[in-house]
Design a protein around this ligand. Sequence first.
Ligand SMILES: [Zn+2]
Ligand SMILES: [Zn+2]
Length: 78
Amino acid sequence: MLKMKTTCELCAGQLRNDGEAFICSYECTYCPACTVDLAACPNCAGELVRRPTRTTGVAEITRRAPGRLLRKVRGSQP
Ligand SMILES: [Zn+2]
Ligand SMILES: [Zn+2]
């Protein structure tokens, strides 16, 4: 599961789970304002892409699709 960081690593500005943010493959996270000045991630030089928003909590997923999250957590176990 993607770790939803709540602050920009460059300016320490607050990021919302359902707001705009940019991440690299290592999940370094930046706000849109900082990303404008970045050609790549300053930490790893990796590509920065728009972070998918997360509008629900784990409890919400379990309520909407019971079993879906459990299957993912349990993996190959019966
Ligand atoms: Zn920032
Ligand atoms: Zn990075």
